[in-house]
Design a protein around this ligand. Structure first.
Ligand code: ADP
Length: 586
């Protein structure tokens, strides 16, 4: 029964007669709102928004405490005194809610004009609260303890409260449209939280007051449910803080959950009727609090570790970006330098050829010999510059391919013929093996494949002292394979891994042949992969038809380089090539 019996001795707030729901709805809401208000305030003392939130929670708790007194006290003076504050606190709470939402969304204080307007709205309640226009008497017939509320005063404060309710809604909707995506969500959460609180708080109070007034509802118990709205609002604020670091507060979800759990279990005290139950709730509360403390500590440690890792990875990302920029600058430099070198070197090559061919008259034998050497050295330089240019184009992603349908047999034959004099001068046997039945034409860029293959044959001859080099072409229905096998110095196990990286040369080869920059295989791999094919090396050379051992040291056991190209490559369309780069055109 909600009406205290005047004969039963009762304390101001705690009464044996009061229904458990009364305490359950009031006390946790008071504790939560005060806890939250002070928590946000102490975390962020100087911000306006935390001051407003603290004021809201104080006003709300005052209302709830006075309400408890009204429900439980038997002293009519105390009841009437407490009751008289409801109107002013209601209006103040709604004005503070509007102020709170405004500052949260706009991130600035309201203008003086609005402050004056809000002041004017609350003014009548300040003036009339202590007068008989607020509460005019004490109605003993209605439940034995109800204040007699004056209609105009009641109307005024509910109208003012609902006005604030709609003002908040209007403000939120109009700002929502302009806000950025992340902030939109925050506006929605805050508005739902605060509006549901205001709505449940006012509507239940409103129904209780008006329906009771017209004698329809015989008690005011309705009111008690409105207070749960505050807990919901605080839940929303906690979520905003955890998810979006609202109010600039760092709070981890675990902390919020542990506190919520503490309050929920603590609230059960108001329901626990027997001593046994109260002891059980107490033990559970202590147990969960201790465990919660451990959980918070471990989560915090985990977060600290993650933040540390994040810092390191951010620093790495910056360093990486810097490296990429440097790499790009380097590629640009190489590209420009190579361009400047290529033109004079090609001119030198052309003139020496003309001299050697006798276009400027007969060349004496001594000079011929010197010129041959100059020609060879110059050719190497041209080759190197060409490789450097290719590397810078690959890195800038602007290699241009001209795919056509072509046979591989003539291409292989031409290169073998071209290298035969070199092989002969080194006393090496250069042979070629072609398939009995010609392979179908492939979609390739013949110049690029020629460049790759000529580098492989050149390497094989360079790194072989005795024996020979065999170029084999074979194929099946799906792919064509060109392999270049030599009986040379082979490849050591430790060198195999990085063979196709740029600027990679093994110690042995550097000792054997000083020239070479370690770029040919890198360029070749890029060209072959652009054809949808693959290239790899085997050393030691497997026996005829045998499988190459994956591991093993190939030093002095010869090497084999294999290019595999698909017969049909759906990714390549004839006539379509990569964008020509400015460097390609020159
Ligand atoms: P370069 O020959 O100009 O040094 P490449 O990129 O063509 O550059 O070759 C890279 C490295 O691969 C060579 O320096 C050499 O160590 C190794 N290599 C290439 N071909 C052979 C081969 N036929 N036999 C042994 N080692 C080879």
């Amino acid at each position: 029964m909600i009406c205290p019996d005047l004969a039963v001795p009762s304390y101001i707030i705690f009464s044996a007669d009061a229904p458990p729901l009364l305490y359950y709805s009031h006390i946790p809401a008071i504790v939560i709102s005060l806890f939250f208000g002070f928590f946000v305030y102490f975390k962020n003392k100087y911000s306006l928004i935390s001051k407003i939130l603290l004021s809201m929670s104080i006003v709300f708790s005052s209302w709830a405490i006075l309400n408890l007194i009204v429900w439980t006290s038997v002293n009519s003076n105390v009841i009437i005194f407490s009751w008289s504050f409801f109107g002013i606190l209601n209006v103040l709470l709604s004005i503070l809610s509007l102020y709170f939402v405004y500052v949260f969304i706009e991130k600035k204080d309201v203008s003086i004009r609005i402050k004056v307007l809000l002041g004017l709205i609350i003014l009548p309640t300040i003036i009339f609260t202590p007068t008989r226009y607020n509460l005019s008497g004490f109605d003993l017939t209605l439940c034995g303890c109800a204040g007699f509320e004056e209609k105009y005063f009641l109307d005024y404060y509910y109208i003012a409260s609902f006005l604030m309710f709609f003002w908040i809604l209007f403000l939120a909707i109009s700002r929502y449209r302009k806000a950025e995506q992340k902030f939109k969500k925050q506006i929605v959460l805050l508005t739902i939280g605060i509006e549901s609180f205001l709505f449940s708080f006012f509507i239940t109070g409103f129904l209780a007051s008006y329906l009771a007034d017209i004698g329809y509802l015989k008690d005011y118990r309705f009111e008690q449910y409105g207070l749960f709205g505050m807990t919901f609002f605080m839940g929303m604020l906690a979520f905003l803080i955890v998810k979006y670091k609202a109010f600039n507060i760092k709070l981890i979800g675990t902390q919020a959950l542990v506190v919520a759990q503490f309050i929920l279990i603590g609230s059960m005290f108001f329901f626990a009727q027997s001593l046994t139950n109260q002891i059980l709730v107490g033990v559970t509360l202590i147990g969960t609090t201790i465990m919660g403390g451990y959980v918070i500590r471990s989560v915090k440690a985990e977060i600290a570790r993650k933040e540390e890792l994040q810092k390191i990875s951010d620093a790495l990302a910056i360093a990486n970006q810097r490296l990429k920029e440097l790499d790009l600058t380097k590629s640009e430099f190489i590209s420009i330098a190579s361009h400047q070198l290529r033109t004079p070197l090609t001119a030198i090559k052309g003139y020496i050829s003309l001299i050697l061919e006798g276009s400027y008259g007969k060349v004496p034998a001594v000079i011929q010999d010197v010129l041959d050497k100059v020609y060879t050295v110059n050719s190497r330089l041209v080759h190197l510059v060409e490789d450097l240019l290719n590397v810078s184009r690959i890195e800038a992603g602007c290699i241009q391919y001209s795919f056509v349908q072509a046979q591989l047999e003539p291409l292989v034959a031409e290169l073998v013929e071209m290298f035969t004099p070199t092989a002969r001068s080194k006393n090496l046997l250069l042979q070629m093996r072609l398939p009995k039945k010609p392979l179908p034409p492939l979609t390739i860029d013949p110049n690029k494949i020629k460049e790759v293959l000529s580098n492989l044959i050149d390497n094989a001859l360079k790194y072989t002292k005795e024996g020979g080099v065999t170029v084999t072409l074979e194929g099946d229905k799906k792919r064509a394979r060109i392999s270049v096998t030599d009986t040379g110095i082979g490849i050591r196990a430790e060198d195999k891994e990085n063979l196709f990286e740029k600027f990679t040369r093994s110690k042995e080869t550097t000792k054997m042949v000083a020239s070479g920059a370690g770029l040919g295989l890198y360029v070749g791999k890029n060209f072959v992969e652009a054809h949808g094919g693959r290239i790899w090396a085997e050393s030691p050379v497997p026996s005829e038809g045998g499988q190459a051992p994956m591991e093993g040291d190939g030093a002095d056991k010869g090497s084999r380089f294999i290019i595999e190209l698909p017969l049909v490559n759906p990714k390549i369309h004839i006539g379509i090539s990569d964008q020509p780069s400015p460097s390609e055109k020159t």
